[in-house]
Write a protein that binds this ligand. Structure first.
Ligand code: AKG
Length: 338
């Protein structure tokens, strides 16, 4: 595996950032965010994780030593309940608007930038390697403009045992790849192994990995004894279209009114309403295909369908489809190392 190309030295050069993004489909910037800003948010999130029983009570909070009795994965109800409390933190959202991030995207895109309200937080328990994020393209879940970019922000240093994220350099030039249901975030995996293209480096707190919505990327397993926490936020030109779902909270179980209920007065609330955004309807065909494949695989006893079925149960508007997913989940066993 090759190390990330480090673009920290061209951070102020918008044309060079755009050129490298066009060529490689990703940019890796050391200390794009001040570590103190990231650490402050991490400790707030960890306090919620401790209250949920995700962290060993006797160990220092900052060490984030996992309590495996609390182990869960998105979108299981136990995970979503705690995630909801994290999602209500104002700093969870404010970090996406940090001037260093906005300035970076303005230079690269050459115009005003829209941070997508649907920011995502992830907690990866150790010893759930089967649920490591499979290779995928963010275009399928997010859609809107293909020229949408993800900023992946680890909340701590990530030495290799904590895992992290890998990107397939140059993979953004070939449209949407063939996929099938897979365990882990998103519930689908790209079939092409993309051998020889994978890039990864250990992260330091404050480092940010940015990639195009068509760039294939995947998780690296957390083999440590600690929780791995990260955020991923999306950015695009204000003038480009966005899908309705990108304007909704990621946890979906609540509305913005609920998330904002205890916030002080801040212009971060509903910040996107100041623009006259172009809305582009979501194309459900990718998820319809994924879901049908998951039903077929589950009927054969294939446990790789589990994450897709869990997503149907939580998110699908069709009660018959939700019921079918529940029935299939009830008879599928989790993979042994999960
Ligand atoms: O953090 C992860 O494991 C997955 C993140 C991801 O896939 C993303 O940011 O699009």
């Amino acid at each position: 595996m090759q190390p990330f190309l480090d673009s920290t030295d061209v951070l102020q050069d918008g044309a060079e950032l755009q050129q490298r993004m066009t060529r490689d489909g990703y940019l890796f910037i050391r200390r794009l965010l001040p570590p103190a800003v990231v650490e402050s948010l991490r400790l707030q999130i960890l306090a919620i994780a401790r209250d949920a029983g995700w962290i060993q009570a006797g160990a220092p909070l900052a060490d984030a030593i996992a309590d495996l009795n609390g182990s869960c994965v998105e979108p299981e109800p136990a995970y979503m309940q705690t995630y909801h409390a994290m999602y209500k933190l104002p700093d969870f959202h404010a970090i996406q608007h940090h001037p260093n991030l906005i300035g970076f995207f303005e230079r690269m895109l050459g115009e005003s930038v829209l941070p997508s309200p649907r920011i995502i937080g992830r907690t990866m328990f150790p010893q759930r390697e089967a649920f490591t994020t499979p290779p995928h393209q963010d275009f399928i879940p997010f859609q809107g403009a293909a020229d949408t970019y993800t900023a992946w922000i680890p909340l701590s240093d990530l030495p290799i045992e904590l895992g992290g994220l890998q990107v397939a350099a140059g993979s953004h030039k070939r449209g949407v790849y063939e996929f099938q249901p897979a365990l882990g975030a998103g519930g689908l995996g790209v079939l092409d192994p993309l051998d020889g293209t994978w890039a990864y480096s250990p992260f330091k707190q404050g480092d940010v990995l940015i990639f195009h919505s068509m760039t294939v990327h995947k998780g690296l397993a957390n083999t440590s004894d600690r929780l791995r926490m990260s955020l991923d936020g999306r950015y695009q030109k204000v003038s480009d279209p966005i899908s309705p779902g990108s304007l909704q909270p990621h946890n979906l179980l609540s509305a913005w009114e609920d998330i904002y209920a205890d916030w002080p007065d801040t212009d971060l609330k509903y910040y996107w309403r100041k623009w006259d955004l172009k809305i582009k309807e979501y194309d459900n065909s990718y998820h319809d295909k994924r879901d049908q494949m998951a039903f077929d695989m589950a009927a054969e006893g294939d446990t790789r369908a589990i994450s897709t079925l869990q997503r149907i149960v939580v998110h699908d508007p069709d009660p018959a489809k939700r019921r079918k997913a529940e029935e299939l989940l009830a008879v599928l066993e989790e993979p042994a190392d999960a």
